[in-house]
Design a protein around this ligand. Structure first.
Ligand SMILES: [Zn+2]
Length: 497
């Protein structure tokens, strides 16, 4: 009995324990589930998202922004935007969004606002400032204050109007030649230079010049079907643009016509090499067809590569004085020769020759025309084994058809240093040097850069006007007795490519 009673008693106790545990468990479970539900809804802790476009860091006199704010869980309750500089503050937006009934979240989950900033009209000064955005949601988190999303965009206020002023340009420019323009801007630039019939040539701060003084070398087109327009272009860091037309005196040039007869011997000797490198040409059986593909398509690809190599130039002036010409050489073809190609008496192609062909002894040593940096060595299609030097401030030279290259990319080279030897690589009928001068990748007439008078009158005189002339030129050994530049007249031509 006693035992039984105890047993029932025990059982009763156990039952009540179980039921109270069960109750607590259910209660606890309900609390956990409820808690999870609450933290996911009423007490969620994710702040609103903020996006401010465009991502500019510079504020001009007036600037528009698009502000996107969103909160997918509780909805937006309030957005505030203000600009702050030191003690000065300007509230741009202070907007409250409606809530839903029973305090359960906001009606708006996202909003897009257009902000029009007028720092000048609001009395702000040039210098650093903060653009601040704060967005809150309808969560009960943070003692019912909601989650706070924040964005601080450090900006620089720049209210100075952009001024672009012309300083000087050449007394005259030659068709196909190099031009130089000097100009001044009154603040840091994102981009500036000169547009030559719409083609952009970047400017460089004048070495040794005052702040804001720039120079830009540019290529005067050799082919001018329409009148030439020169226009300075400056874009400041806030994206404001200024343009200014440059007037000029142009000396037109008449280019020579050159007739090239393609012999079977030339085609059968030279075309297989090109076919071996280019899979597109392998299947062709007609050597003339191979030649035409090379002379047209390959030439275009090669010129595009040269342009690409010359896109970026060192902002320093490496070159000094006149450029060297291959010593003891004879001019075989000139810049902008209008070449017509004939095969068996029939015209098959036309191209323009964009450099100077110079013939000396076979495998003659090729000196660097001026101080510079080797930016390319290797094979360039029709140009064959080639070296490109960057002389700084946008001026480059190209040495082609070499049989040997004795410098490496990245090497600093002095005027007169040997780059390699002449040869017949690429599309060359005989041993010679193809020499080109490029301004930011555009081919120009090399004659000007061989002419001390042109350099003195058209380049140094302008730079001297600013006291920006570089150290006096120390003549290199090879120039101790300067060779008279070749007369501008015609030299008897031997046909080369
Ligand atoms: Zn050539």
């Amino acid at each position: 009995m006693t035992i039984f009673t105890r047993k029932t008693k025990n059982f009763g106790k156990l039952g009540s324990y179980l039921s109270s545990y069960l109750f607590l468990a259910i209660l606890g479970g309900a609390l956990v589930v409820g808690g999870i539900w609450l933290t996911r809804t009423w007490f969620e802790a994710t702040p609103p998202e903020i996006q401010l476009l465009p991502e500019v860091k510079l504020l001009g006199a007036s600037q528009n922004f698009t502000l996107n704010v969103s909160d997918a869980t509780s909805g937006l309750s309030r957005v505030r935007v203000w600009l702050r500089q030191g003690q000065q503050e300007k509230e741009i937006v202070n907007q409250t969004f409606p809530g839903r009934r029973w305090g359960r979240g906001g009606r708006e989950q996202s909003a897009q606002l257009t902000l029009n900033l007028e720092p000048q009209a609001w009395g702000f000064q040039d210098g650093p400032a903060d653009l601040r955005v704060e967005a809150r949601d309808y969560s009960w988190w943070g003692w019912l204050q909601g989650n706070r999303g924040q964005l601080v965009r450090p900006v620089t206020i720049d209210l100075t109007p952009l001024r672009l002023s012309f300083i000087s340009t050449n007394e005259f420019i030659n068709q196909g030649g190099t031009g130089l323009v000097l100009y001044q801007v009154n603040k840091p630039m994102a981009k500036s230079g000169i547009l030559v019939n719409g083609e952009f040539f970047a400017g460089f701060p004048i070495p040794g010049g005052a702040a804001g003084q720039y120079l830009a070398f540019f290529a005067v087109p050799y082919f001018l079907p329409q009148p030439l327009t020169l226009e300075l272009l400056a874009v400041d860091q806030g994206g404001t643009e200024a343009r200014s037309r440059v007037s000029y005196r142009l000396k037109p040039k008449k280019w020579r016509n050159d007739r090239i007869n393609l012999s079977d011997a030339f085609l059968t000797t030279n075309m297989p090499e090109f076919q071996s490198f280019n899979p597109e040409l392998k299947s062709l059986t007609d050597p003339l067809e191979v030649f035409l593909r090379i002379n047209r398509d390959e030439r275009q690809r090669n010129d595009a590569l040269i342009r690409e190599v010359c896109r970026q130039s060192q902002p320093e002036r490496f070159w000094q004085g006149t450029f060297l010409r291959l010593p003891n050489s004879k001019s075989m073809a000139a810049f902008a020769d209008q070449r017509t190609y004939f095969y068996q008496g029939r015209e098959v192609d036309r191209q323009v020759h964009l450099g100077q062909d110079l013939a000396s002894l076979e495998r003659a040593e090729v000196p660097a025309a001026n101080n510079g940096l080797v930016v390319f060595t290797g094979s360039i299609g029709i140009y064959g084994q080639s070296v490109i030097l960057d002389h700084g401030l946008g001026i480059f030279t190209l040495y082609s058809h070499l049989s040997e290259i004795s410098v490496a990319k990245g090497q600093k080279i002095n005027r007169g240093a040997i780059l390699g030897r002449t040869g017949t690589t690429g599309l060359a009928g005989g041993d010679h040097l193809h020499y080109s001068v490029m301004v930011q990748g555009a081919f120009v007439n090399p004659l000007e850069w061989w002419d001390p008078k042109w350099i003195k009158d058209q380049v140094e005189r302008q730079l001297a006007g600013l006291g920006a002339v570089a150290a006096p030129v120390k003549p290199a050994a090879s120039e101790a007795k300067p060779k008279k530049p070749r007369p501008k007249g015609r030299t008897p031509e031997k046909k080369t490519r």
